[in-house]
Design a protein around this ligand. Structure first.
Ligand code: NAD
Length: 404
């Protein structure tokens, strides 16, 4: 035992991914499950002294009125995940964590996400962006004090927001700060306000979603001023992971990809939010840019994401890759990926928490580009191929292990 205590502040705390992170951490703490799916339990990460399961304390922000037992129960009923014996063993712990979940902000999230909100979040709907940041930061600070935590890692696992305006993208930090202080209208979405709240407390921020979060010039500047680490965007868990592995193969064999079509169907709450064309735009962009970057040219692409309620948390992605070989001969690769969304995502979120805590302990600041292999649209990294991104993570692990 290191004696350290680290807070994990989940934004979107009662969602599918967050609930699975919490259930998974409790199961790991009690030795009820193996570490399959966790990258950080592989040998290259052995000597890093990463946070143990017992060191992590959970809290978060949420906009719906629900609780962990209800959300986990629904995942079990609809998607047949979580063994009943495990649920029984962790039930009391889940109920205790509910007490550390606070109402989030609905600032700039768009009507689809507002429609999910319960009374507690709606109560704060009229507050300015500046007031929201102050309240969110106070919640994070209270959590740290109450549990006597060394630091808190803020992780965004909330619903995908609509794309942001050009104005939001071009603001400097001084301009954003001015808007927050004066209570003027601020074009930043909730995901970015949570990042600002985190940075104010000098807490690291991880964005597992396609929403803007800290991926803005203004927030990059603020993170450096506050000397905090951050990273994002959009966890690479399924179909896009396959793309990042397969596309380099076509490139390396000089096979010309003519078209790549990916149809995705799934039925969880994330799928329901992405059923709105505005919210979907962010996700499609995040899934689509990769091929051009890897191949060096743009094949015809189509990405569809459809909400099929009966599928629950299970996602099927069917990809059809039409490519040209020697003497102009057309050929086809097809694959079908059937994965359980939250169960693919949760171990990666746990990995990101441990790796972020380690980098913060090194006293580093700015974007953690060595974590690119975890993201569809990695910040601070131009290398799109998965194998090379993972190599970078291994090199980082070697360097940090050698530091002792
Ligand atoms: P979910 O819909 O089950 O959970 C999202 C939660 O966020 C909900 O409980 C919702 O009420 C809450 N929320 C929405 N807006 C909020 C706000 N402003 N403040 C606080 N809480 C808010 O979705 P999920 O399946 O858990 O996925 C979470 C996010 O992770 C999504 O953005 C998704 O696109 C992204 N993601 C998921 C996967 C995966 O599951 N495999 C992979 C990559 C990215």
């Amino acid at each position: 035992m290191s004696g350290r205590k680290t807070g994990v502040w989940l934004v979107g705390a009662w969602g599918g991914v967050a609930t699975t992170v919490v259930a998974g951490l409790l199961a790991l703490k009690r030795g009820l499950t193996e570490t399959t799916g966790l990258v950080t339990t592989l040998p290259p990460f052995d000597k890093l002294g990463l946070a143990g399961w017992d060191e992590l304390v959970i809290g978060g922000h949420e906009i719906r009125d629900t609780n962990y037992v209800a959300e986990a129960g629904q995942l079990h009923e609809q998607s047949h995940v979580f063994a009943p014996a495990m649920m029984q063993a962790i039930r009391e712990d889940l109920e205790a964590i509910d007490k550390d979940i606070r109402p989030g902000t609905l600032h700039g999230v768009g009507p689809k996400i507002v429609s999910l909100a319960g009374v507690d979040a709606l109560h704060h709907q009229s507050e300015s962006a500046g007031a929201a940041v102050t309240r969110l930061a106070a919640d994070m600070h209270d959590f740290q004090k109450r549990h006597q935590l060394d630091k808190v890692i803020v992780v965004n696992v909330s619903s995908t927001e609509p794309p942001i305006s050009d104005e939001a993208r071009t603001l400097t930090w001084d301009q954003v700060e001015q808007q927050l202080v004066t209570g003027a209208a601020c074009p930043l979405p909730a995901s970015s306000l949570y990042a600002i709240a985190a940075f104010r407390q000098k807490f690291p921020y991880v964005n597992f979603t396609p929403s803007a979060g800290s991926d803005l010039p203004s927030l990059m500047e603020f993170a450096l001023r506050q000397k905090v680490v951050h990273v994002g965007r959009d966890g690479k868990t399924g179909e896009t992971l396959m793309k990042a592995v397969l596309a380099p193969m076509f490139a390396a064999r000089n096979l010309k990809v003519m078209s790549w079509v990916g149809h995705n169907i799934f039925g969880n709450l994330d799928g329901k939010v992405l059923d709105d064309p505005v919210n979907k735009a962010n996700k499609v962009r995040s899934k689509d840019h990769l091929l051009t970057e890897i191949l060096g040219y743009k094949p015809q692409t189509l990405v569809s994401i459809e909400y099929i309620e009966s599928m629950g948390d299970w996602k099927t992605a069917w990809d059809h890759i039409h490519f040209k070989g020697f003497l102009g001969t057309p050929m086809v690769l097809q694959f079908t990926w059937q994965g359980c969304d939250s169960l693919l995502a949760a171990p990666l979120v746990i990995d990101l928490i441990r790796l972020t805590e380690r980098e913060a302990r090194r006293g580093k600041a700015g974007v953690m580009s060595h974590l690119a292999s975890f993201f569809k649209s990695p910040m601070g990294c131009d290398e799109p191929a998965f194998a090379l991104q993972f190599q970078e993570l291994r090199q980082w692990a070697e360097t940090v292990s050698a530091e002792g």
